[in-house]
Every structure is written in structure tokens, then in C-alpha cells.
Design a protein around this ligand. Structure first.
Ligand SMILES: [Zn+2]
Length: 114
């Protein structure tokens, strides 16, 4: 099946052709960018928990292994619930506040959605 090329938006010519990312009209020399379906893809990387479930802002998660807290001797115990997470960019992709610990960042691979 041939891909459908739209008519020229300037002169309505049907002799338009593709050239890379452009569409070109040979009759009036109009050039315009091809609307590729790829550009409509949602390229936001989804953050997933240890089970592969997609996490969203505001979710509640539980810690799946004991985690040492940076700069303190405290340990976040397995099963600790973390409410109202916020997804952020970076290595530690979950921003949250934990009762008794305060604000901290977690890695999504060490939590699961509850
Ligand atoms: Zn044209």
C-alpha cells in the first residue's frame, strides 16, 4: 500500500512528493514538514515500580527492601509506606516525604505500588 501524500496546501496540486522529512510541491515549489506519526508518540519515559507497574504523582508506594538513609544512621524498613510521591527526573526518580525521615528521594526500583 502506498503511503498517502497530502495535496499541496498552497495550490492543491496532487503531484506532491516526499523528500526526507519534507513534502514538496513541484508545481509551486512549496515545501512543508511531513507530519510523522512518530512525532505524536508520547516519548515521556514512564516511571515503573519493581513490579513494572506505572507510577504516577500522588501514588502511595511501599519500600521493598531496607534502605540506608543518606547522611544518617537510620534505615528505611521494608514495607514502609510512602504517600503522595512525586515523580522527578534523575537516578532517584521519586521525590517524597516520609514520616520520621522528612523529604527524600527514592529509586522506583526499590518500591512497589500499594
Ligand atoms: Zn503547490
Amino acid at each position: 500500500m502506498m503511503s498517502e501524500i497530502p495535496n499541496c496546501p498552497e495550490c492543491s496540486s496532487t503531484y506532491t512528493y516526499e523528500d526526507g522529512m519534507l513534502l514538496i510541491c513541484p508545481e509551486c515549489s512549496h515545501e512543508w514538514p511531513k507530519e510523522s506519526e512518530a512525532s505524536n508518540n508520547d516519548d515521556n519515559e514512564q516511571v515503573k515500580d519493581s513490579n513494572g507497574n506505572v507510577l504516577n504523582d500522588g501514588d502511595t508506594v511501599a519500600i521493598i527492601k531496607d534502605l540506608k538513609v543518606k547522611g544518617s544512621s537510620s534505615v528505611l524498613k521494608i514495607g514502609t509506606k510512602v504517600k503522595n510521591i512525586r515523580l522527578v527526573d534523575g537516578d532517584h526518580n521519586i521525590d517524597c516525604k516520609i514520616d520520621g525521615f522528612g523529604a527524600m528521594k527514592l529509586k522506583s526500583e526499590f518500591v512497589k505500588k500499594v
